[in-house]
Design a protein around this ligand. Structure first.
Ligand code: ADP
Ligand code: ADP
Length: 219
């Protein structure tokens, strides 16, 4: 049976960081909606140009655009064994769309870790985040520094600071999270899928707790 895991948590909680670990452990493709938008932006596709306007303001890209992008990705062959979704769904309408897509594939969401972190910590994490140009691997200048400053350990590409990690945009993104994404916590709790994770601990500790909880939930 395929396994679908949805990672919930505010911007900067550590979803991308933990996704790198979970994806390896469970051998699942890591699907980050933000990374797909950024890749389209880099290639200047129509989707990328459309998404840019929203991303620059720290707002969400419209649901219909985001849903069809994810549907295309989930239909690719490597997702036959399931997927690890990071940053999607982010609205109740997206959660419903995902449920419909998976139902068509005779599958469902199996587990939803919710990574909880205070707002203060989020702001510090986003301000120190460095992202790799090639694959989107994430570092933190203080908590997870690369071996050589400015260079990705994994693929040698340049590290950059995302435009939307600037203080002004971050405030709006956190606001958007509270208004549009937080309702999903209750949605998945009611569905019996929610796993609460304390995201304030170190990257390794959060990783260990997540893997242990996921093993129980999906294996
Ligand atoms: P998200 O995908 O949820 O936006 P990231 O995984 O990109 O979050 O993490 C945001 C920033 O915080 C990155 O710079 C990352 O290196 C750092 N980070 C992630 N998890 C932790 C942690 N447990 N402790 C300290 N820093 C962390
Ligand atoms: P973070 O994990 O740090 O919040 P992401 O990389 O997930 O950042 O998202 C960056 C931006 O991409 C968001 O602010 C939003 O504009 C857009 N985006 C990503 N995922 C979605 C989604 N599921 N729905 C709508 N917009 C999205």
């Amino acid at each position: 049976m395929p396994i679908y895991i949805v990672l919930l948590g505010p911007p900067g909680a550590g979803k991308g960081t933990q996704a790198q670990i979970i994806s390896k452990t469970f051998d699942l493709p890591h699907i980050s909606s933000g990374a797909i938008f950024r890749d389209n932006l880099k290639r200047k596709t129509q989707l990328g140009m459309l998404a840019k306007e929203y991303m620059d303001r720290g707002e969400l890209v419209p649901d219909d655009v985001t849903n069809s992008m994810i549907r295309n990705r989930l239909e690719q062959e490597d997702c036959a064994k399931g997927a690890l979704l990071d940053g999607y769904p982010r609205t109740p309408a997206q959660a419903q769309a995902l449920s419909d897509m998976l139902q068509e594939m005779h599958a469902k969401v199996n587990a939803v870790p919710n990574i909880k972190v205070s707002e203060e910590v989020l702001i510090e994490r986003l301000a120190g985040r460095w992202t790799c140009r090639a694959e989107g691997h994430v570092y933190h200048e203080k908590y997870n520094p690369p071996r050589t400053p400015g260079i990705c350990d994994l693929d040698g590409s340049e590290l950059y600071q995302r435009d939307d990690d600037k203080a002004e945009t971050v405030k709006n993104r956190i606001q958007v999270y509270f208004q549009q994404t937080m309702p999903l916590i209750d949605y998945y709790r009611q569905a019996g899928n929610l796993i609460e994770v304390d995201g304030a601990k170190s990257i390794d500790q959060v990783g260990e707790e997540l893997i242990a909880a996921l093993r129980k939930a999906v294996l």
